[in-house]
Design a protein around this ligand. Structure first.
Ligand SMILES: [Zn+2]
Length: 444
């Protein structure tokens, strides 16, 4: 037969939601899982087996590689919208993203979904990974997010028309149809709509698309077998997007019962992505972020979590997303934090929480039959964790606990996966000052 790698002695959390199985062998050949349990162990003595590499996982946990269903691989831990939209050279965006991919692998992320990418680099980066040009997790990606002229979360930095950074402005139903088709031609695995946006002087985010527009985007994408996700931070947006066919709702902030009903009847999935808000609420003050907003963010999580739990109980697929790519959610640091929030705020069991980042993530990757669980014939994306995440889910957010990462059947050299770099010219934008220098401040 062939050479195999046998991972032995560890406790298996297979990603299906099943209870952990102690002392379970896993046999990998090439990039595939070929056998589990006794069948795997027996392969060692099988005369057709040529060579066996054994990986001792005694006392450790074996799991599928993490799937992060919402991160931004081209944002480079950005500190401001100004920087993101106006100071990033497209070639450098791609090169820097390629380097950042390795940090995600180091943290045990073997697949991710990126809704929208600066300068639309997502498909090129994905193809470069697939061809082995650069090292990184498996990628499914959008090109740019579609925004109406009202904008998204960057306010008036978004122009009235055209393309900027991760944004493509669409001003009519015709333009929506055109851009969905163009993005699919450019290689989009997902179409992303920025359904809500912030408007100066108005609180919260408003639904900035109308029903007909959302429907046009979904119909056009679905005709070409491409799913649609939407950024929805507001109850109305969740309901309208689900009713008009959006497959994946990001955030679902303040979802109400009507919204939940729409989500259930359309069969939409939800990626709450609490991590960004939770980091702001819990640690924002350590990096001087949004002072005084902690309680507002905590309130948003609390209120939304109640409804997400209700959705979960009604069979809605819940996904784990970290929103990595911002200064508050840098790559390689926070990919497991969402699971901790799911355990604490949704009251999921650790195994249930893990399923959101494994089996459920494979749905977002559109690779359900190949990824997300440790089962025979699945691709060998596997991590070995030193301690037991069912005892303490936070170990999955601590990369020093992740001692082995196997991606596509290959055991990675973890010491090579945390690259450093020098300052890039013109990349970061400095403020003149973080406070106003009044006469009083100077002399009193
Ligand atoms: Zn996002």
């Amino acid at each position: 037969m062939t050479d195999i790698m046998l991972i032995s002695g560890g406790t298996l959390i297979d990603g299906t939601g099943a209870d952990p199985k102690p002392n379970t062998g896993i046999a990998v050949a090439g990039n595939q899982i070929i056998a589990l349990g006794d069948e795997a162990t027996n392969l060692v003595n099988d005369p057709t087996t040529k060579e066996v590499t054994e990986l001792d996982a005694a006392g450790k946990t074996i799991m599928p590689g993490l799937i992060d269903s919402h991160l931004h691989c081209s944002f480079d831990d950005v500190q401001s919208n100004d920087e993101l939209f106006f100071h990033r050279d497209p070639t450098l965006v791609a090169l820097v993203a390629a380097q950042n991919l390795r940090k995600m692998l180091r943290a045990g992320v073997t697949s991710f979904v990126d809704p929208d990418t600066s300068h639309g680099i997502g498909p090129a980066l994905r193809d470069a990974v697939n061809a082995g040009v650069v090292q990184g997790p498996r990628i499914k990606t959008g090109v740019q997010a579609l925004l109406t002229a009202v904008g998204g979360t960057a306010g008036r930095l978004i122009p009235d028309e055209g393309t900027v950074g991760y944004a493509q402005i669409v001003n009519s139903k015709d333009e929506i149809v055109q851009w969905v088709r163009r993005h699919i031609k450019y290689g989009a695995d997902w179409i992303k709509l920025h359904a809500t946006g912030s408007v100066p002087g108005r609180s919260g985010e408003l639904l900035v698309w109308n029903r007909e527009e959302i429907k046009a985007a979904c119909q056009t994408a679905h005709e070409l077998s491409v799913p649609v996700m939407a950024h929805c931070r507001g109850a109305q947006s969740v309901q309208v997007c689900a009713e008009e066919g959006v497959d994946l709702i990001l955030h679902a902030s303040f979802m109400d019962d009507d919204g939940l009903e729409a989500v259930i009847s359309n069969g939409s999935s939800i990626c709450p992505t609490f991590t960004f808000l939770a980091n702001l609420a819990d640690f924002g003050s350590k990096v001087h972020a949004s002072p005084g907003m902690e309680d507002i963010f905590r309130g948003e999580i609390e209120q939304t979590a109640k409804m997400i739990r209700k959705a979960y109980d009604n069979g809605v697929r819940i996904l784990s997303g970290s929103e990595s790519g911002f200064a508050l959610t840098p790559y390689g640091h926070w990919h497991g934090r969402e699971l901790e929030i799911f355990v604490n705020s949704l009251d999921l069991s650790p195994v249930e929480a893990i399923t959101t980042a494994t089996k459920n993530g494979a749905w977002a990757m559109q690779m359900e039959d190949q990824l997300g669980t440790i089962e025979q014939d699945k691709l060998a994306d596997i991590i070995i964790v030193d301690s037991d995440p069912t005892e303490d889910i936070t170990v999955l957010n601590n990369k020093s606990e992740i001692s082995t990462v196997i991606a596509n059947g290959e055991v990675l050299n973890l010491s090579e996966l945390w690259p450093s770099r020098e300052q890039l010219a013109g990349w970061k934008v400095g403020n003149w000052a973080s406070e106003i220098l009044t006469w009083d401040k100077a002399y009193r």
